[in-house]
Design a protein around this ligand. Structure first.
Ligand code: PMP
Length: 438
């Protein structure tokens, strides 16, 4: 195999794709790595190099690559046709499975991505409450809908007072109205958050929250915080909106199972598609009724050419059937094992670093203490360089992770893969300690 093949492909790509890529997540200097194939928890690139996949297409492959039952189900469906302007029994079966699993899911609608799920959930909340504003946690990522992306990745100079964070645009040209209609609250700080919410009592349609936000540091929202947001939303005719696009993997009923209160609506995506593009939003029947096309007037017209397409439905249904209670338990125990082992190795190496996460997800930070919110989790230049160095080292030694230093486990993994990861992280951290003295 020609070792320059990736470089050659990237050159071709740059002529037709902005920056040579179709999504920024795979962008890498001097060029992205191009894949040949994947099987289970291993991925082989076009140079024949095999790595353990701890990225799992940004948390979307709960069973790793080419799971045989999922593959078989897809093949059978593809032979029957891939998209119709007709309904399918599959979408009902899949909706039934998800609604049986999650107490807050009374009705569900499928879409094509997490971004679309969050967007449709917000629009549903607006149509139901007849109010336009949403509140969100500072720095939390919710996909690329104008409103949901406010305050995702701003530079510190734009953040404003931590008691009253600014609504910062991520993209140039974001309409001022989008910024005005998004209220940013600090994470896990009940008093400060309620103080801000109270300034918008009349106009808030809902509060959007990811209960274990990746960008905010991957630490769970406290029950007190969720209870307070829920109570505030009851008192002010607003809705509590969970984004469980990633966190749904933490239990059969998602991360929401750990809290005392039920969100009114939840957006999900990623792993529920069995490796295909997917999103869904679900929740209270009375709220979801705004989507019911038999109603007059119809409060929220909503469609989507590929929504609930049968290939995604059958892949997702098969993957979620395989994701049963013993499987979740085993995967989460493996997550606990990884977090303990990594924390231990950080101590042994004697470097300022820590591990956060829950269930089958974890994130490595070059910080002495687990970050408590976005401002803590934000990495300075040295920490960013150290993360990059470690991830490159791991990549060169057979391990793929997400470029923030996060990892997502999949069901084909076992202790063997975690032990290998810990071994490589140990040598990587030892090098980081020498290269980037704190
Ligand atoms: N919400 C969260 C919490 C996410 O992590 C993501 C994707 N990383 C999204 C929404 C958007 O999902 P998608 O990339 O499928 O549009």
């Amino acid at each position: 195999m020609d070792l320059n093949r990736s470089a050659q492909l990237f050159e071709r790509a740059q002529a037709v794709l902005p920056g040579g890529v179709s999504r920024n997540t795979i962008f890498k200097s001097p060029h992205p790595t191009y894949v040949s194939h994947g099987k289970g928890c291993y991925v082989t690139d076009i140079n024949g190099v095999k790595r353990i996949d701890f990225a799992n297409n940004m948390a979307s492959l709960i069973h790793g690559h080419a799971q045989p039952n999922v593959t078989q189900a897809i093949i059978e469906q593809v032979q029957k046709g891939t998209a119709f302007t007709l309904a399918t029994e599959l979408e009902i079966e899949f909706a039934e499975l998800l609604c049986q699993r999650v107490p807050s899911f009374e009705k569900i609608r499928f879409v094509n991505s997490g971004t679309e799920a969050v967007m449709a959930m917000i629009k549903t909340a607006r149509a139901f409450t007849q109010k336009s504003k949403i509140a969100k946690v500072e720095g939390a990522y919710h996909g690329s809908y104008d409103y949901a992306e406010v305050s995702q990745t701003a530079s510190p100079a734009t953040w404003g007072d931590e008691h009253q964070p600014h609504s910062v645009a991520v993209a140039r040209g974001t309409p001022d109205n989008a910024l005005n209609d998004v209220i940013v609250i600090p994470y896990n700080d009940v008093d400060k958050a309620l103080h801000i919410l109270n300034q918008h009592k009349e106009t808030l349609a809902g509060i959007l929250i990811d209960p274990i936000s990746h960008r905010v540091g991957m630490i769970p929202a406290t029950p007190e915080f969720i209870d307070a947001l829920y109570q505030w939303s009851r008192d002010n005719q607003a809705l509590l909106l969970f984004d469980e696009v990633i966190t749904f993997r933490t239990s059969l009923a998602g991360a929401q199972a750990k809290y005392n209160v039920k969100p009114d609506l939840t957006a999900i995506g990623k792993m529920i598609g069995g490796g295909f593009p997917v999103g869904a939003f679900a929740g209270r029947s009375d709220v979801m009724q705004v989507l019911d096309p038999s109603q007059s007037p119809l409060l929220l017209p909503h469609s989507g050419t590929f929504s609930a397409n049968p290939v995604t439905m059958v892949a997702g249904l098969t993957a979620m059937r395989l994701f049963d209670q013993p499987t979740v338990d085993k995967l989460n125990q493996l997550g606990d094992f990884a977090r303990v082992q990594l924390t231990d190795t950080i101590k042994k190496v004697g470097i300022k670093a820590c591990v956060t996460g829950a269930g089958s997800m974890f994130r490595l930070h070059f910080k002495a203490q687990a970050p408590q919110h976005y401002r803590h989790a934000y990495t300075n230049t040295l920490q960013t360089q150290a993360t990059k160095y470690l991830l490159n080292y791991l990549f060169d030694n057979g391990i793929m992770m997400i470029n923030t230093g996060s990892a997502m486990l999949s069901t084909p993994m076992g202790k063997k893969e975690i032990n290998y990861l810990v071994e490589q992280v140990t040598s990587g951290l030892t090098l980081v300690k020498d290269q980037f003295p704190a």
